[in-house]
Ligand binder design. Structure first.
Ligand code: PMP
Length: 360
């Protein structure tokens, strides 16, 4: 069976070379006579795998020494709660920017632990733009400022890191981490579920500045306590070992590709040509302000909505799968993360032109 181009928003495509390597190593990891899945997380072989993944992510993102790198469970949604639990530090409120469905979910969860002050909201635009930084209202007493660097459903992405006005900056980077270079020193906390740009679902990367740890809210579960997890090498309990290993393989693949700077060049090229194809046709449209269109998730509609189902079905028959938009918004969406080859985007563009020719 041949592999498809899978445009799923997550879990999403993994680099084929990574899957091949995992296949080669699945029964016998480097002469140990066992699969990584069967190893003790406390044994030297797995510890080496875990440490290599941390070293590689530190190198890829040039993470400064005063940041801890954690590999946790509970997904990015777990971090929606863990962030206020760890970072409120006795302060009454936190500022949040609402740019779409995922920041909305982070806000709802944070409200369970403290007051949320809305610094800015793009709701009125239907989440098709990002309010200008000059219009944001920040409370200098707030514990931190949270934003979502890429809204996976709405297809809206910050092109620059916003000025946090002196507050610790916290970012949900689930859907664009490792897609471009990053200045980690501007952040208090960065978190991301792995299942888009880093690996399979079930492991969550958290990068946290050391001075923000150790003041967790009373009642915080140990597994969500950054300080406790850091002290225990993210092994306060049994970690998702196989996911950690696969994440490590993806990081090695990224390095072979030339790192995040090389990924950015490729990602810009892929996104630009897809948006250009959409904009050039009256048959397709994307509602997002061009200044904040996502390089990772490209939502689009067909002028005739009745053609969307036939479009998805014909695309699937052509080996271009999971192009349906999120169930909450409908339409189509092409997720084109790091692992989507440029040839996949070219195939989609070619398919779109052909579908328009035969149905337009
Ligand atoms: N944040 C963003 C930006 C996402 O895209 C997602 C998942 N699609 C989440 C958070 C939630 O992630 P998880 O399912 O790992 O909890």
């Amino acid at each position: 069976m041949s592999r498809t181009y899978n445009f799923s928003a997550g879990p999403s495509m993994l680099p084929e070379a990574v899957l091949q390597r995992a296949r080669e190593e699945i029964l016998d990891w480097r002469g140990t006579g066992m699969s990584v899945m069967e190893m003790s997380h406390r044994g030297k072989d797995f510890i080496a795998i875990a440490e290599k993944a941390e070293a590689d992510v530190r190198e890829l993102l040039a993470i400064p020494a005063n940041y801890k790198v954690l590999f946790l469970q509970g997904g990015a949604s777990g971090q929606f709660a863990a962030v206020p639990m760890n970072l409120l530090r006795g302060k009454p409120s936190a500022c949040y920017v609402n740019t779409g469905i995922w920041s909305g979910k982070a806000i709802s969860e944070a409200k369970l632990y403290g007051e949320v002050k809305l610094a800015a909201s793009a709701k009125e635009s239907g989440f098709t733009t990002i309010p200008a930084r000059a219009s944001w209202t920040l409370d200098p007493q707030a514990a931190y400022l949270h934003y979502t660097s890429n809204e996976t459903i709405n297809g809206v992405e910050f092109q620059v890191i916003p000025d946090a006005g002196g507050l610790p900056l916290v970012c949900d980077m689930s859907s664009n981490i490792l897609s471009r270079p990053l200045d980690v020193s501007q952040f208090g906390v960065i978190y991301a579920g792995a299942q888009k740009n880093m690996g399979p679902a079930g492991i969550t990367l958290v990068i946290v500045r050391e001075d923000l740890m150790g003041q967790t809210l009373a009642g915080t579960p140990g597994i969500f306590d950054y300080q406790k997890q850091a002290e225990n090498g993210s092994m306060l309990n049994t970690p998702p070992t196989y996911n950690w290993y696969l994440l490590g393989l993806v990081l090695e693949w990224l390095q072979e590709q030339g790192g995040v700077a090389a990924m950015e060049v490729r990602n810009v090229r892929k996104a630009e040509k897809l948006y250009a194809a959409i904009d050039a046709s009256p048959f397709y449209s994307n509602p997002v302000d061009p200044a904040c269109r996502s390089r990772m998730n490209v939502p689009f509609r067909l002028a005739n909505a009745e053609l969307e189902k036939p479009f998805a079905a014909a695309a699937k028959a052509a080996g271009l799968v999971t192009l349906e938009g999120h169930r909450s918004v409908g339409g189509m969406r092409a997720s084109i993360y790091n692992a989507m080859p440029e040839a996949g985007v070219d195939a989609l563009i070619g398919f779109m032109a052909e579908f328009e020719r035969t149905h337009g």
